[in-house]
Design a protein around this ligand. Structure first.
Ligand SMILES: Cc1cc2nc3c(=O)[nH]c(=O)nc-3n(C[C@H](O)[C@H](O)[C@H](O)COP(=O)(O)OP(=O)(O)OC[C@H]3O[C@@H](n4cnc5c(N)ncnc54)[C@H](O)[C@@H]3O)c2cc1C
Length: 539
C-alpha cells in the first residue's frame, strides 16, 4: 500500500476519506476527470466493510452478480464470482483486484485515520488532519461508511475477562480457531446469524445470548455455475439497466402487483413457500406489494416465518424464543442465513434470552446474567454498529468560526439528499443519512452518489465556481420528505439501527430514504439539471 508520508500539507483538488467500495470508486472518477485526489483510510488496507468484517460466515446478502461495480464492463466481464452470495474473502479479493486494475494504490494512504476536518471560508479549503499529517483541498468527500463504527455496549467487567473477546466488525486478520472451546456469541442480528452456525460446528459449546429475535430467511447459497456466469455476462448491460429501474438497485425480481390480503391463506402459503425455497431477502419481501406498508399483510409473512421456525427447531421453548414478535418482518434488515435455526437443534448450543434475564456483567471466567453464570473461553460480540452517522461524527468536522457537525446533528442528522449538509460547503457524503443507502444494493447507491458528485465537481469547474452548499430551506424540506416517506411505511415501527435505537442516547430519527433508489436517482438528476436547485453555488 502507498506510503507518502511527507508530513507536509498537501495541495489536492479533493480528499476522499475512506477506502471502501465508495472511496475507491470516488478516487477513480476524480482521477478520470484529471483531479488530484487522495484517499485517507484508517485501516491497514483497503476494503472497508470487507476488510474489517472477517468473522466466520461473513458474506453479502445481495447476490454477487448484482453486488459488484457496474461502471466498467471490462471489470464485470473479467471477474468470476464463485458463489451466489460471495463470502467476505472473495469480496475483499475483488476489491483489491479493482484497486490494482484501476492503478489506485499510489493514491491511497492507509493507517491514516482522519481526526478532524475544518473548512476555512476565507480560502474555501478543507484542512483534513490525521494523527500525524495535514492535507488540504477545496473539496472533501466522506466515504466513511454506514456500518463502519463498531458498537460495543458498555458491559460491566469486560476488562476483567481472562479469555479472548472479539467484535464482528473488528475481527482479527489471522482468524480465530474456536475448536473445542466454550464460546459465547452476544447479538443475533445479521452478523450473529451468519457466524452462529459456523462457530457452533467448531466450538465445544456455544451459548447464544439473544436480546431480540430476528427474522431470517434461507440464502439458498450455491456455486455460480460456468453456464450461469456466461449467460449473465452475455446480458450484463441489460441486467444493470434493469437494476437501475428498481427501488433496491437489484435486478431479477419483478415488482409484486398483488396485496397479500387478496390471496386466500392456502395460496399465500404457496407463494411464501416458493419464495422461501428460492432464497434471498428481496425475493421474500417481494412476495406481495404491501408487506412493508400494511401491518395485516406483513403479519401473514411474519407468521409464515414463525411457522417455519416452529417446524425447524425441535424444542418448542427454544423455538418460541427465536420467534420475532416485536417488529414487522422486513422493518429491520431481513437476515439471510445458512442453517441458522437448525443450529439450535445441536446438543452443543444453548440459547439464552437476555431480554428476560439481562446480562449483568462479564466476569473473569465468563458472563453472568441476572440469574445464571456461564463459563466461557471466548466471547464474540455481534452487537453491530453506530450506523449511518457514527463514522462521520467520529471526525471533528467544523467550519472555522462556524458550526460543528456534531452540534448541528445533536438531534439527528440533517442533510439535503443525503449528499451534503447546510453550513458545511464543499463537504460531500457518499450514501449519507437521508439517501437510500442501506435500503438498497449499496454498490448501486455508491455509484449513483459518486457519479452525481463527480458531475457536480465538473459543473463547478466548467463554470469557474468555487463551491456548493445546500440551502437551509431545501434541507428542511428534504428532511421532512424523508420522514414523511418513512412514516407511510412500517419501518418506524421497529427499534433498529435504521433509526438509531440500537445506541443508548442516540436521537431517534429514521435515517435511510425509503422511496427507492430509482425515484431518488430521478430527484438527484432533476436537481442537477435545474442548476442544482436547492443548492447555493459560490463564485
Ligand atoms: C457484515 C456486513 C455485510 C454487508 N452486506 C451487504 C450486502 O450484502 N449488500 C449491501 O448492499 N451492503 C452490505 N453491507 C453494507 C456495506 O457496508 C456496503 O455494502 C459497502 O461495503 C459500503 O462501502 P463504503 O465504502 O461506503 O463503506 P465501508 O466499506 O464501511 O468503508 C468505509 C471506510 O472508511 C474508513 N473510515 C471510517 N472513518 C474513517 C476516518 N475517520 N479516517 C479514515 N478512514 C475512515 C473505514 O475504515 C472504512 O474502511 C454489509 C455491511 C456489513 C457490515
Amino acid at each position: 500500500m502507498a506510503e507518502r508520508k511527507t508530513g507536509e500539507a498537501k495541495n489536492l483538488d479533493a480528499i476522499v476519506v475512506g477506502g471502501g467500495l465508495a472511496g475507491l470508486y470516488a478516487l477513480h472518477r476524480l482521477h478520470r476527470m484529471g483531479l488530484r485526489a487522495l484517499i485517507l483510510e484508517a485501516g491497514r488496507s483497503i476494503g472497508g466493510t470487507w476488510f474489517w468484517n472477517r468473522y466466520p460466515g461473513a458474506r453479502c446478502d445481495v447476490e454477487s452478480l448484482e453486488y459488484s461495480y457496474s461502471f466498467s464492463d471490462e471489470l464485470q466481464q473479467e471477474w468470476v464470482w464463485p458463489e451466489r452470495f460471495a463470502a467476505q474473502p472473495d469480496i475483499l479479493r475483488y476489491i483489491n483486484h479493482v484497486a490494482d486494475r484501476l492503478a489506485l494504490r499510489p493514491f491511497i494512504l492507509t493507517d491514516a485515520r482522519v481526526v478532524s476536518a475544518v473548512f476555512d471560508p476565507g480560502t474555501d479549503r478543507w484542512t483534513v488532519t490525521t494523527a500525524g499529517e495535514v492535507f488540504q483541498a477545496p473539496f472533501c468527500i466522506m466515504a466513511t461508511g454506514n456500518l463502519s463504527l463498531p458498537r460495543l455496549p458498555p458491559f460491566r467487567g469486560l476488562e476483567s475477562f481472562k479469555g479472548n473477546w472479539y467484535h464482528s466488525g473488528l475481527w482479527p486478520e489471522e482468524g480465530v480457531d474456536f475448536s473445542g472451546r466454550r464460546v459465547g456469541v452476544i447479538g443475533t442480528g445479521s452478523s450473529g446469524i451468519q457466524m452462529i452456525p459456523i462457530i457452533a460446528e467448531q466450538a465445544g459449546h456455544l451459548v447464544v445470548f439473544q436480546r431480540t429475535a430476528n427474522f431470517s430467511v434461507p440464502a439458498e447459497n450455491r456455486p455460480i455455475t460456468p453456464e450461469l456466469d456466461r449467460s449473465h455476462k452475455e446480458r450484463y448491460r441489460y441486467w444493470r439497466d434493469e437494476a437501475r429501474r428498481t427501488p433496491f438497485g437489484i435486478a431479477g425480481h419483478p415488482p409484486p402487483t398483488r396485496s397479500a390480503l387478496e390471496d386466500a391463506p392456502e395460496q399465500r402459503a404457496r407463494v411464501y413457500e416458493e419464495k422461501w425455497g428460492t432464497g434471498g431477502n428481496i425475493s421474500f419481501l417481494y412476495a406481495y406489494n404491501d408487506l412493508l406498508v400494511n401491518r395485516q399483510a406483513n403479519e401473514t409473512a411474519a407468521e409464515f416465518v414463525r411457522n417455519k421456525i416452529r417446524s425447524i427447531v425441535r424444542d418448542p421453548k427454544v423455538a418460541e424464543l427465536l420467534m420475532p414478535r416485536d417488529h414487522p418482518i422486513g422493518t429491520k434488515r431481513l437476515c439471510l442465513d445458512n442453517g441458522y435455526f437448525e443450529t439450535f437443534n445441536r446438543d452443543n448450543v444453548t440459547l439464552v434470552d437476555v431480554r428476560s434475564d439481562p446480562i449483568a456483567e462479564i466476569t473473569p471466567s465468563g458472563l453472568r446474567t441476572r440469574t445464571r453464570a456461564f463459563e466461557l473461553d471466548d466471547i464474540a460480540f455481534a452487537t453491530g454498529f453506530d450506523a449511518m452517522t457514527g463514522a462521520l461524527l467520529n471526525i471533528d468536522i467544523s467550519v472555522d468560526g462556524g458550526p460543528r457537525l456534531g452540534d448541528k446533528w445533536a438531534h439527528g442528522p440533517r442533510t439535503y439528499l443525503g449528499l451534503m449538509t447546510a453550513g458545511f460547503p464543499n463537504l460531500f457524503m457518499i450514501t449519507g443519512p437521508g439517501s437510500p443507502s442501506v435500503k438498497s444494493n449499496m454498490i448501486a447507491s455508491i455509484e449513483q452518489h459518486v457519479d452525481w458528485i463527480a458531475d457536480c465537481l465538473r459543473h463547478l469547474g466548467d463554470k469557474g465556481l468555487k463551491g456548493i452548499e445546500p440551502d437551509e430551506g431545501a434541507e428542511s424540506s428534504w428532511v421532512e420528505h424523508v420522514n414523511a416517506v418513512a412514516d407511510a411505511t412500517l419501518y418506524p415501527q421497529a427499534n433498529s439501527w435504521y433509526n438509531g435505537a440500537n445506541i443508548a442516547g442516540k436521537p431517534r430519527v429514521f435515517m435511510p430514504y425509503v422511496a427507492g433508489l430509482d425515484k431518488y436517482r430521478k430527484i438527484c438528476d432533476e436537481v442537477a439539471a435545474n442548476d442544482y436547485r436547492g443548492f447555493s453555488l459560490k463564485r
